[in-house]
Design a binder for this molecule. Structure first.
Ligand code: DAH
Length: 340
């Protein structure tokens, strides 16, 4: 044995490779087993004269330790890469994650907001837990108006003063109380009514309210706004029709129908063969409401309108059962993937 034998072996061992645990084991046998190359060197070592032993003892031990470490390392690496599966390409891009969908009511609410914001309306919000003043009294509901009835309204702790709002018209009052005209707001939100849950009624649903107050706001402004909204929402061919109605907070009041968007107004099962479907309530803000909110009704006038988001969504997407909106059935929700 010479020093060269040892340095050559060191080089050789440092270049070793093993792609499977069996390869690594073969290397261990080749260098370190009883009949291995390094073991043989130790046998030679025993026969060396003492002065040579002093030179080679440490070198040989270092070689053996180096070989043991290297081969154990190769074995461990081969074992773990076996588990990871060497066909795995860690540089590949990950498979795409399925995107969530917006809730149909959110899609329609956002569309309504976007239509009105193009006309200069800003979003306003108010609390869902309200008081009698904002939901009823300020809006000209007589003290004995049936809408205040326990049958319709959820009162909190049976306190007639604290209740869940039954319509988003309460936000009108909140905004008018704290701001000066011109006011042009759109108020989306959830409302509550004490109704038995069925395909056609729910104890909570969603509304969008719009309010415009300024000098010289007329019924013609209301009508034109409604026509713009209907055509943006349901298509440029859509016709509208206003029918007289009654709401305590508007005078005159009207209900708006649009030409049935399923049959184009010819008459079908959906519009009960009338060619028209009702979509919202509206009117000129009653002077009593303006005055109650601190706005001089001799100077200012306004129009208001309110619609159910569920109703508009049903018209757009023909959802037959109101309960679908709150059941979180993914099969239903995923149908709106492309409508985002
Ligand atoms: N608040 C009414 C309701 O819940 C809807 C409504 C009708 C709102 C006429 C209005 C309006 O602003 O002018 O049925």
């Amino acid at each position: 044995m010479t020093e060269e034998t040892i340095s050559k072996l060191t080089e050789e061992i440092s270049a070793l490779k093993a792609s499977t645990p069996a390869d690594a084991e073969a290397l261990r046998i080749k260098y370190l087993s009883k009949k291995g190359i390094i073991t043989a060197l130790f046998a030679d070592f025993k026969l060396m004269p003492p002065e040579e032993k002093r030179v080679f003892g440490k070198k040989l031990n270092d070689l053996k330790n180096f070989a043991t470490e290297k081969i154990t390392g190769l074995k461990e690496m081969a074992e773990t890469s076996d588990i990871v599966d060497s066909s795995l390409d860690l540089t590949r891009t990950a498979s795409p994650m399925p995107l969530g969908t917006r809730h149909p009511l959110s899609i329609v609410r956002n569309e309504i907001i976007s239509i009105f914001s193009r006309l200069g309306f800003n979003i306003a919000e108010g609390p869902e837990i309200e008081d009698d003043w904002h939901v009823f009294s300020s809006l000209n509901f007589a003290p004995d108006h049936p809408a205040r009835d326990m049958q319709d309204t959820f009162f909190i702790f049976r306190n007639p003063e604290v209740l869940l709002r039954t319509h988003t018209s309460s936000v009108q009052t909140r905004v008018m109380e704290r701001s000066k005209p011109p006011i042009r707001i759109i108020c989306p939100g959830r409302v509550y009514r004490n109704e038995a849950i069925s395909a056609r009624a729910h104890c909570f649903f969603h509304q969008v309210e719009a309010l415009y107050v300024d000098k010289n706001v007329s019924f013609a402004d209301l009508r034109q706004t409604l026509l713009y909204f209907a055509r943006e929402m349901f298509g440029p061919e859509t016709k509208i029709r206003l029918r007289p109605s009654f709401f305590p907070f508007t005078e005159p009041s009207a209900e708006m129908d649009i030409s049935c968007n399923l049959c184009g107004g010819k008459g079908c099962g959906f519009c009960k063969h009338t060619g028209w479907v009702e979509i919202l309530g509206c009117g000129m803000v009653d002077p009593n409401v303006l005055d109650a909110c601190g706005i001089d009704s001799c100077v200012y006038s306004g129009f208001a309108l309110g619609m159910g988001i569920e109703r508009i969504t049903n018209l757009k997407y023909q959802v037959k059962d109101l309960r679908m909106f709150s059941e979180n059935d993914r099969r239903f929700l995923e149908e709106f993937t492309s409508a985002r």
